[in-house]
Design a protein around this ligand. Structure first.
Ligand SMILES: C[S@@+](CC[C@H](N)C(=O)[O-])C[C@H]1O[C@@H](n2cnc3c(N)ncnc32)[C@H](O)[C@@H]1O
Length: 227
């Protein structure tokens, strides 16, 4: 079975694709086999007893993965993106920092999560996903009943799902969908808990953009409370 039935039409909606420089093309091509789903299945993941497995969906240019992978070298970071230029930027940083604890997947996260083992991740990050603000496009939002079921399956018991958005409509949509799944519990107890306190999660391109524009971000952290 091919995980890439739709590979040629990976991102039919995005207008974000920009042309790659010659160096970025070379990097992307060099790692393209490694970034296919099938190569993930051949990897022996467990490197250290303390290793945590972290997944970032739609990492953009990868600022947060980079920052964390440098700081927590025992952890494994898996990033999924279909924005080639962002992938090439992160690959370039991974090379220059000699990081061995990051794996990237080029493709649609919706397909990826369906094929991952259950109870694999300690944390899953979804930061500033495309908000698709028009009602007729809500079906394109990453958060849907079906994706939340998969996320709850691949997250470990007591694992955390971080969802950050600066779009109030998506904040309501996202939190409703996530809490409709009884595997997830909302960790915030008071309004201030919706602010980010841990600097390891801050500094993504879109977070910086919304700060410059003075737009409020909603930081949701959920915990998986059922096996
Ligand atoms: C608004 S950007 C945010 C990027 C980054 N998280 C940040 O905070 O700067 C959303 C990113 O998610 C990626 N994306 C959206 N849907 C995706 C999907 N189904 N699979 C993989 N990547 C996706 C887009 O290509 C885009 O780079």
């Amino acid at each position: 079975m091919s995980y890439f039935r739709n590979f040629e039409r990976i991102n039919p909606f995005s207008a974000r694709e920009r042309s790659l420089t010659k160096k970025q093309k070379e990097l992307f091509n060099r790692y393209s086999e490694e970034m296919k789903f099938d190569s993930f299945k051949k990897i022996s993941w467990k490197k250290t007893p303390d290793q945590k497995n972290i997944l970032e969906i739609g990492f953009g240019s990868g600022e947060i993965i980079l920052k964390n992978a440098k700081q927590f070298s025992d952890n494994l970071y898996i990033g999924i993106e279909y924005y080639k230029k962002g992938i090439a930027q992160l690959l370039s940083n991974i090379e220059s920092e000699n990081l061995e604890n990051v794996r990237l997947y080029y493709g649609n996260a919706t397909l990826f999560i369906k094929n991952i083992d259950s109870n694999f991740f300690d944390e899953i990050w979804l930061m500033y996903p495309d908000p698709w603000p028009k009602k007729k496009h809500w079906k394109r939002r990453f958060i849907q009943k079906s994706t939340i079921i998969e996320l709850s399956r691949i997250l470990k018991f007591r694992g955390r799902f971080l969802f950050f958005t600066d779009n109030s409509s998506y904040a309501v949509w996202g939190s409703k969908h996530i809490l409709a799944n009884e595997a997830f519990k909302y960790l915030a107890k008071k309004p201030n808990d919706l602010k980010i306190t841990d600097s390891k999660y801050s500094g993504s391109k879109y977070q910086k953009k919304s700060e410059v524009l003075g737009v409020r971000t909603y930081y949701f952290i959920f915990e998986k409370v059922f096996q």
